[in-house]
Design a protein around this ligand. Structure first.
Ligand code: COA
Length: 536
């Protein structure tokens, strides 16, 4: 921002604290990279080899072949299902993300057949639904790279019957197609039972000869049901479906030809929205984003100035701060990221009534000015105690939550530290529909910290009428159990495995990730109905 001076950083990169933070962060980053490496390995070397020997290309290589040269790929939730199912379901067996195909930003939804035949676990379904939700919100064409065994049958009760289960993915496909958001499938392998509907409900379908199969019931089911003996190719192969049934529109000789056909289909979309250039020339931050790892302590109890973080995310490290001398525990700034205007709210301590009021006011201004909101969450919660309650913290914090809920502009949330209690709500947690939510590997998310939870639960046990008097051994056991539960469940990998976020990213990647997200929304139509701003 030309009229705004860059932030005068006070960080001393030679201080012992900076060095200690760097070393703590290097271990967090190594862990993240190692776990991502595990997810990239899919079903493991032997199954990937079997896959190749069948003439099939590994899922991420298919995506590379599909994307434009030099296109970024914003992969979503690569650590879905991490630590679940004995570690056997890497990335939940599906790769989803956004990249450019023929210069059109597309959502790619690709099964990994090396992971349990690409069948659907609960997290696979959640990941599929989440990518469709993002696609619908941004009107991104969906490209399905199908290689899938349908529902993972031992888990069918967690995958099949409910609203947000497998059926929901087909409902989304139909609704998006009707809304003019293209739904295109390439069938590389199995598309059986439920899986058959992914291509069957697509606007256009390509099948690979020899390996692509679409059938509601495969040969074993046909034999069991009607005693007919038939081979897979005759029952549901590419030639039959392209020349006889008409379920498929194009048969391709091999996977590369199928991917080329998919690119051809996208090139014929017509006037679909391409990426809109940013309204301002992007400028790199003056302060190096790599320094974030020296600035942010991994111990959430240690305070630091969050402006130092903002200065390493925004263009030219420059921002205009709103009400710097009021409600100081919430820092609110107007800035730019990769040339896109943003209004950033960042925690700098516990939220008081004044901070909440300031946040609500700032959100209204951003909303009126059509500036997307970015929330940097590091929050233990709103202030508690007699003074805070008498000052109306419940109603003032509610104003922040209300403003967050009703803002019309795109919202983005990054968990850069703690995300506890109602602080999660006021700072646009998942319930408040941010367009994307990413976490740093130091993040913690829970109703409260393990120490406070242990205090609350042991107090409840002491006062319990229904369970009689507790002795100190009971209390100690409950204390230990509660701490262990909250430690485990507030871990960022626990969260990302269950898709409470869209992925864990390194601090130094945050600016570029936000830049991609902002670019996706940049050309959207604005709701310009008048909205007053109340000075809170
Ligand atoms: N439910 C449970 N397990 C499944 C499965 C499903 N729908 N689809 C695949 N698997 C498992 C296999 O049992 C195997 O498990 P293992 O490694 O523990 O032995 C693993 O996934 C790999 O399957 P495999 O058959 O070796 O892979 P493939 O690449 O040769 O074939 C399919 C892939 C999808 C064509 C084949 O697995 C298949 O036909 N699956 C069943 C499809 C079906 O009838 N689904 C109905 C769901 S409603």
């Amino acid at each position: 921002m030309p009229s705004v001076n860059p932030f005068p950083s006070r960080v001393d990169a030679t201080s012992p604290a900076f060095t200690a933070n760097l070393s703590a962060w290097s271990s967090l980053t190594e862990t993240l990279r190692a776990r991502l490496g595990g997810a990239l390995a899919g079903g493991g070397a032997a199954l990937v080899e079997r896959h190749r020997q069948r003439g099939k290309i590994p899922v991420r290589d298919r995506i590379d072949l599909l994307l434009d040269t030099g296109s970024p790929f914003l992969e979503l939730s690569p650590l879905a299902a991490y630590g679940l199912y004995s570690g056997d379901v890497a990335a939940a067996g599906i790769v989803t993300g956004i990249g450019l195909v023929e210069n059109v930003p597309c959502m790619i939804i690709a099964n990994d057949a090396t992971v349990k035949g690409g069948s659907f676990f609960a997290e696979t379904v959640r990941k599929h639904l989440r990518s469709q939700e993002i696609a619908e919100e941004h009107r991104l064409p969906c490209l399905y790279l199908v290689d899938c065994g349908g529902a993972f049958l031992p888990e069918q009760d967690r995958v099949f019957p409910d609203r947000d289960h497998f059926g929901g993915t087909f409902y989304n496909q139909c609704r998006m197609s009707a809304a003019g958001i293209p739904q295109i499938s390439v069938v590389f392998g199995g598309a059986t039972a439920g899986g058959a509907y992914i291509p069957a409900l697509s606007d256009e379908v390509v099948m690979v000869r020899g390996t692509g199969r679409i059938h509601l019931g495969g040969p074993p089911i046909v034999k069991a049901a009607i005693n007919e003996v038939v081979d897979g190719e005759t029952l549901g192969g590419a030639d039959m479906h392209t020349t006889v049934s008409g379920v498929s529109d194009h048969a391709a000789a091999d996977e590369r030809a199928a991917i080329a056909k998919l690119r051809e289909i996208v090139s014929a979309f017509g006037d679909l929205r391409r990426i809109t250039p940013p309204p301002f020339a992007p400028a790199p931050p003056r302060h190096d984003p790599a320094e974030l790892a020296g600035i942010v302590p991994t111990d959430l109890k240690q305070p630091y100035d969050v402006r130092e973080v903002i200065a390493r995310l925004v263009d030219d490290s420059a921002f205009h701060e709103f009400k710097p001398d009021y409600g100081a525990t919430l820092v609110c700034v107007f800035a730019r990221i990769h040339g896109h205007p943003v209004a950033i709210l960042a925690n700098n301590g516990v939220l008081f009534s004044e901070s909440a009021l300031k946040g609500a006011h700032f959100i209204e201004l951003a909303d009126q000015r059509h500036i997307p909101l970015v929330f940097l969450q590091n929050i233990t919660g709103f202030m508690v105690g007699t003074e805070a309650e008498r000052g109306g913290i419940a109603k003032h914090s509610a104003k922040l939550v209300y403003a967050v809920s009703n803002a019309r502009v795109p919202k983005y949330t990054i968990l850069i530290g703690g995300s506890y209690g109602a602080g999660n709500y006021g700072m646009c947690g998942r319930g408040f529909r941010p367009r994307f939510l990413f976490s740093w590997p130091n993040a913690r998310i829970a109703t409260m910290s393990p120490e406070i939870a242990a205090g609350v639960v042991t107090d409840l046990r002491r006062q319990s009428i229904s369970r009689g008097k507790a002795d100190e051994a009971d209390i100690a056991a409950i204390d230990a159990r509660t701490r262990a539960q909250f430690e485990e469940q507030s871990d960022p990998y626990y969260a990302t495995a269950r898709l409470w976020d869209d992925g864990i990213i390194e601090p130094a990647q945050t600016r570029d990730v936000l830049g991609l997200c902002l670019a996706l929304a940049a050309g959207e139509e604005r709701d310009s109905n008048p909205r007053p701003v109340y000075r809170m």
